[in-house]
Design a protein around this ligand. Sequence first.
Ligand code: ADQ
Length: 442
Amino acid sequence: MARLIIVSNRVPALRGKAQLAGGLAVALKDAIATRDTLWFGWSGKEVKGAASEKPRLRHAGGVTFATIDLTQDQYRGFYVGFSNTMLWPLLHGRVGQAVFHRNELAMYNEVNALYARAAAELIKPSDTVWVHDYQMIPFGQELRELGAKNRMGFFLHIPFPPPFLFDTLPQGNALLRSFVSYDVIGLQTQDDADNLNQCFARAGLKAKAEAFPIGIDPENFAQAAQRAEGTDDQTRLEESLSGRALILGVDRLDYTKGLPERFRGFAQLLKRYPEHCNKVTFLQIAPLSRADVAQYRTLKRELDTLAGRINGEFAQFDYMPLRYMNTAIPRDTLAGFHRRAQVGLVTPLRDGMNLVAKEYVAAQDPEHPGALVLSRFAGAASAMQGAILVNPFDPDEIADALDLALRMSEQDRRARWRTMDQAVRASTAAIWAKSFLKRLES
Ligand code: ADQ
């Protein structure tokens, strides 16, 4: 079997006994375990002055990691700037939040060329190359220009907007052209693939995007949720709830996740359905993310204010309706919290897939499952027949869905959960990686 080269903006962090942490590492676990793998990316370090282009190698968890450092200017222009202040909002359809600077686009291209030069030193002609996500779109073209003939695939983890929105990106056609270097182009959903294909067609490009929906390892997550029962954290959570129902939200603090609308939705629930007051607690876990991007700092301030206002209005001396925290929680603890929650509340304004929705489903007790309230604009929604789908822009619709979820009979919840569980198990991370690589190598 050909060696696998994974290219992503960052390589995963190591956790404990050389175990790989991070979403992509979990998703690629099976692929990595069965073949010789080299993972190339940024070390996470910013250096002053010039950075060495020679990758540093280290071995862990059966993988060779090759990393380079970036200078502060490269980090700001490539990562904070073009990747996260232009492409991230644009590809999520949030044109109003996107800010374009020519010099940042130039740095984005320059850093992709740098990654390609550094990686080319390590890539053999027989290797299969799999490039990940919006930060690395031009990588393939840069590698081809250095003479690489390898099989090369690209997967975009986030959505792709329709042509009239993509058109707002200055020099967007050059970015589209760089997709053509890949043998396989994967997106999360057929709608996203269709959008990209329309952009290709309009630019007269011969390239084809296909859907490869990503998933989780449901068995592993279900086991973690079961193991959490009786642990100290689970007991503390249980005692703190004093028998109240739990609504749980788990997201990076990101403006695509619809958090202000979600907070307002919860407030509307308490206002319009006062019978739930003192009977339900909403726990939102939202660790800080991309704090060096201005929009993320603004969002944090908005949520701080909103959380204070909602608790000020609806709290009682022995009841705090909204619990909002910015620290991350270990995965196993989180799995247990999902299992305890009567309602999983996942309302991104737009999301490539959204793995939290799948994790909520996997963590449930099959005999007493909770209900999932899910944004219809998450990639995960297309396969989740049993979820209560909402328009995440409408707090009142979120409130109605929460009321429905909290009142739903166990029989209904079981029936809905079974269809969702089947969907989660039919589309796992292992199946995703296998089918993408099969397509790439066939
Ligand atoms: P994200 O935008 O990061 O991923 P998501 O798919 O929900 O969103 O994955 C987040 C992962 O991080 C989940 O596994 C979740 O459990 C974990 N996580 C989130 N908050 C956490 C917390 N507070 N503590 C601990 N863990 C937490 C991008 C795209 C998505 C796409 C994925 C995978 O934006 O649309 O589904 O990549 O392709």
